[in-house]
Design a protein around this ligand. Structure first.
Ligand SMILES: Cc1ncc(COP(=O)(O)O)c(C=O)c1O
Length: 426
């Protein structure tokens, strides 16, 4: 028996108290269906903003678009003052659709195409963080064509391992991301000589779903000593420190919560130490994705069948790995609840309709007894859910609804069979 309170179940109860009936919404809009809670997004954003504000004056939270690019959600975050961290031309376009001012947009990416760089230069984003020395030539060329100077940062790979899943760890020497210290120095040296490049920042992002504070503390130490060396050896003083994202969230009631207070202590350390290095306080950028939207999303799915196979009870639902790939991709855990039953708990495997054995949302899941037609809620599906979805098995992607300030709105219509083939030429 678990002594911790089940905050996922509590949250479903709170939604009901606020008049949000997930069963009714699933009937109305059909399943599978993504539900986004804009109030939770707002709360997550404001908690983070207020906490950082206590310890650092000049900062910008650039929400990482890759976590979820639903435009209604982006517009909400824009209205709250968030900037954008984008990693593709498509995400930059989404920022424009959401009305985000370009001086709040950071363009990252390990393999940006010349076309994407030209687009970012043309739009006048706040900062382009490079991860390859050759990007500098492209940026300088495009900036010259548009007759502007472009602010550039360098993503440095300080070889900092993290305790997260290997597929979402990005800051160690084995990873493709960033430039090692020696090459980063070369990049800064070159950038400082290019006529249309302004050397502005440093960028580090060590991974995702991190709940341990020690790697962040290490990042700040490394960044500070790197900036000291940069000033001493190349005479460069940076204006922007971009510490990336990666703040983890609990996916089960056993998981730890991101220690925001400890993170703020790390930022406070940065604040104190930076007075020694910089003549004016650098702009601090952070790029959280999951922390802002992860617990604000639910994937609602209807049970097509319940069967027993070789002694195992299978619940087969209408959502698949094409809608939410995290369990199949990294064995990620998502809490699942039966919203249609109060009967005794039984143990099930929950699988989707896709023709892959990895299309399973959970093994040995405890659910109130399930029957055909029941509605299941797959929790914490707000980050890397819809944004990683696909049309695999020629499955139209789900509709998305968003709840905000007492109102539920359809913010993305369900794809049709015709949508699936609308780009085919035949
Ligand atoms: C460069 C960069 N910034 C920010 C993020 C956001 O990470 P998270 O959603 O874990 O905060 C990512 C995610 O991979 C990233 O690659």
């Amino acid at each position: 028996m678990n002594v911790k309170s089940d905050f996922f179940l509590d949250y479903i109860g709170k939604l009901r108290d606020r008049g949000v009936d997930l069963n009714y919404l699933a009937e109305k809009y059909g399943t599978p269906l993504y539900f986004i809670d804009g109030n939770v997004v707002k709360q997550n954003y404001e908690n983070l903003r207020n906490a950082i504000h206590e310890v650092y004056d000049k900062f910008l939270i650039c929400y990482a678009y890759k976590a979820n690019t639903c435009i209604a959600l982006l517009k909400l975050l824009n209205s709250l003052g968030a900037g954008a961290e984008v990693v593709s031309g498509g995400e930059l376009y989404a920022a424009k659709l959401a009305g985000v001012p370009m001086d709040k947009v950071v363009f990252d990416g390990v393999s940006k195409s010349p076309g994407e760089l030209s687009y970012a230069v043309f739009e006048g984003v706040l900062l382009i963080n490079i991860e390859n020395i050759d990007e500098l030539y492209w940026i300088n060329k495009f900036a010259e064509e548009f007759n502007i100077k472009v602010s550039v940062g360098v993503r440095v790979n300080f070889d900092i391992p993290t305790k997260t899943h290997s597929n979402i760890s990005t800051g160690a020497r084995i990873h493709k991301f960033g430039l090692n210290v020696e090459n980063a120095f070369k990049a800064y040296s070159l950038a400082s000589k290019l006529s249309h490049v302004h050397v502005a920042g440093i960028h580090v992002h060590i991974g995702s779903q991190i709940t341990d504070i020690q790697p962040y503390s290490m990042v700040v130490d490394k960044v500070l000593s790197f900036c000291t060396e940069l000033k001493k050896l190349l005479g460069l003083e940076l204006e922007i420190i971009d510490l990336g994202g990666g703040f983890g969230i609990p996916y089960s009631i056993e998981d730890s919560v991101f220690p925001l207070n400890d993170y703020c202590k790390v930022i406070e350390k940065l604040e104190h130490a930076s007075k020694e290095i910089f003549t004016s306080q650098p702009l601090l950028i952070i790029e959280p994705g999951r922390f802002i939207v992860g617990n604000a999303g639910i994937l609602l799915t209807r049970v097509n069948y319940v069967k027993e196979n070789y002694g195992v009870k299978w619940v087969l639902v209408d959502a698949g790995m094409n809608d939410l790939i995290r369990p199949a991709l990294y064995g990620a855990h998502h809490p699942i609840y039966n919203l249609s039953s109060n009967e005794d708990i039984e143990i099930y495997n929950v699988g989707g309709p896709v023709c892959e054995s990895s299309d399973v949302f959970g093994f040995d899941v405890k659910l109130n007894r399930v029957k055909r037609g029941d509605l299941l809620a797959i929790m914490n599906a707000g980050a890397y859910g819809f944004s990683m979805s696909s049309n695999y098995n020629s499955r139209p992607r789900p509709a998305v609804i968003m709840y905000y300030d007492g109102e539920v709105k359809l913010v993305r219509r369900r794809e049709s069979y015709a949508d699936l083939f609308s780009h085919e030429i035949f």
